[in-house]
Design a protein around this ligand. Structure first.
Ligand code: GTP
Ligand code: MG
Length: 476
């Protein structure tokens, strides 16, 4: 949860995503996927950049781009925020969806978690509906092997109709093959033939009314079937983006709006109201993902996640979750405060010894009194104080916090505290940023970007100021 150049300074400003190709042959590749599946890890491995990675969902909150050269062609990879579906609910999901739909990437790599492929396939199937240029990267194959889950990548590829590559991004395994498939698809040297999700008869009938009308319009690279489905689904934000992209207001087009009326009437004839439609669409996608996985994924150990579930219950149940959380956090604070005292003392002794020597040096060279006071008693002394007071607690707190992050404990803290934070009209994720605030207020405030709702984010930004950062903790 550290600060990166993208999450601070000018990089923190979301000014829309502009991909600048240096050369017309450059190819833009979007890296999509559910949260916490290793998108940024793949991105970092391929581009050599340093996007923040960690074991909790929602780290990447704005798009980052980097390049990878493969066979004389430059590939611009865009690391987009994790999203469970393209039916956007949060700002991050909207960013991800808009880039996949309207960013015109030459290919979309959908990174999936091999240990819960079925859930991840929902996004794959939704992406396939928009563009056939999809490569599925089944990441965390090492974790799947540990859990005795085997995935038949060939069967998966056949079932989905798009290239599928297995990978363990953290060790760089499978990324060469991922590049090979992505490059092939992006350059058009081979094309895919993705499966068509079959919806229930009523929805299919409604789509068949709208699709021919949409096909007649200039819809650029978008699949008319997908546009027809989205018109039926009526997501105002998406339709706004769609209209902007196409250059005409889709709902104001007389032919489309008439067709839409007829299609919605057809749905009503079958007893499907506008409100029920989305549930029906989602259940068809879930069913399709289930069918694909039934054939391709084998669980050799059916109780593969029993231990994880037990630990999870222990860490999040009412009776044990909160006491364990309090004990862990108190332990960390105790270690930080007490442990920092000794190095703090040593540092301040060393630095103030340096101050005396520096003062003597100024006297020896005959520097005027005001210069001595300004540089030695002013600049050096303040720096020495800040370093000796702040550095040791930070050097203890942040590594401990990172261990909790990598163990996947931080989302559990947010879950445990969500109920209490909700009572104060705030959000449980704020707990994580507050904890960071104990290390450094600036980090605690910048970290508020992970909070979806603007109101809750503002509450977190204002109230995190009152967290006593380690500079304000009792010194040695
Ligand atoms: N064991 C294992 N861990 C991995 C692998 N790839 C990524 N990880 C770990 O998975 C965690 C999540 O990785 P990220 O790259 O941050 O995931 P992300 O998809 O960018 O996450 P968000 O930005 O939050 O959506 C990190 O702790 C990674 O070290 C892998 O192949 N094997
Ligand atoms: Mg990320």
């Amino acid at each position: 949860m550290g600060l990166t150049s993208n999450s601070t300074g000018l990089g923190a400003i979301d000014s829309g995503l502009v991909i600048e190709k240096q050369h017309p042959t450059d190819r833009v590749i979007a890296l999509a996927g559910n949260p916490n599946v290793g998108k940024s890890t793949v991105f970092n491995e391929l581009t050599g950049l340093n996007q923040h990675t960690g074991n909790w969902p929602g780290k990447t909150v704005s798009c980052a781009q980097g390049t990878h050269r493969y066979k004389d062609t430059e590939y611009i990879f865009v690391d987009i925020p994790g999203t469970y579906s393209l039916m956007a609910h949060s700002a991050e999901e909207e960013v991800a969806r808009d880039f996949i739909c309207f960013g015109e990437p030459e290919a979309v790599v959908v990174v999936c978690d091999a240990t819960c492929l079925e859930r991840n396939l929902n996004l794959v199937l939704q992406t396939i509906e928009i563009t056939p240029n999809v490569v599925v990267c089944v990441n965390l194959m090492d974790e799947a092997a540990k859990k005795k889950i085997s995935i038949d990548l060939e069967k998966l590829e056949k079932a989905l109709g798009v290239p599928v590559v297995g990978a363990s991004a953290r060790s760089g395994k499978g990324l060469d093959r991922l590049m090979e498939k992505t490059a092939g698809l992006a350059s058009g040297s081979f094309s895919s033939c993705p499966i068509n999700i079959r919806y229930i008869a009523a929805i299919e009938e409604a789509i068949s009314i709208l699709q021919p009308i949409v096909e007649k319009k200039a819809v650029k690279n978008l699949a008319p079937r997908w546009i027809a489905l989205k018109l039926l689904d009526y997501d105002p934000a998406l339709l706004r983006s769609l209209s902007d992209y196409l250059g005409f207001s889709v709902l104001d087009d007389p032919e489309i709006s008439q067709g839409l009326k007829r299609a919605l009437a057809k749905l009503l004839e079958h007893g499907i109201s506008k409100e029920q439609l989305r549930d029906k669409i989602v259940s068809c996608i879930v069913l399709a993902a289930e069918e694909v996985c039934l054939d391709a994924v084998t669980f050799h150990k059916h109780d593969y996640d029993v231990r994880d579930r037990k630990i999870d219950r222990l860490l999040t149940s009412r009776r044990t979750g909160i006491p364990i959380m309090l004990a862990l956090l108190t332990g960390i604070f105790w270690l930080t405060i007490t442990g920092a005292n000794y190095p703090s003392q040593l540092l301040s002794q060393a630095l103030f010894w340096g101050q005396d020597r520096l003062g003597e040096f100024f006297v020896w060279i005959g520097a005027p009194q005001w210069l001595n006071e300004m540089l030695v008693l002013g600049v050096y002394r303040v720096l020495a104080w800040v370093v000796s007071v702040m550095l040791p607690p930070m050097a203890i707190f942040f590594p401990l916090f990172t261990i909790l992050e990598d163990l996947g404990y931080l989302p559990r803290v947010a879950f445990n505290l969500d109920h209490f934070f909700k009572k104060a009209s705030a959000c449980g994720k704020q707990a994580l940023t507050m904890c960071m605030g104990f290390g450094c207020n600036a980090a605690g405030i910048v970290g508020c970007r992970i909070i979806d709702s603007p109101r809750e984010r503002l509450i977190a930004i204002i109230t995190n100021n009152f967290v006593p950062c380690n500079g304000r903790l009792p010194g040695p």
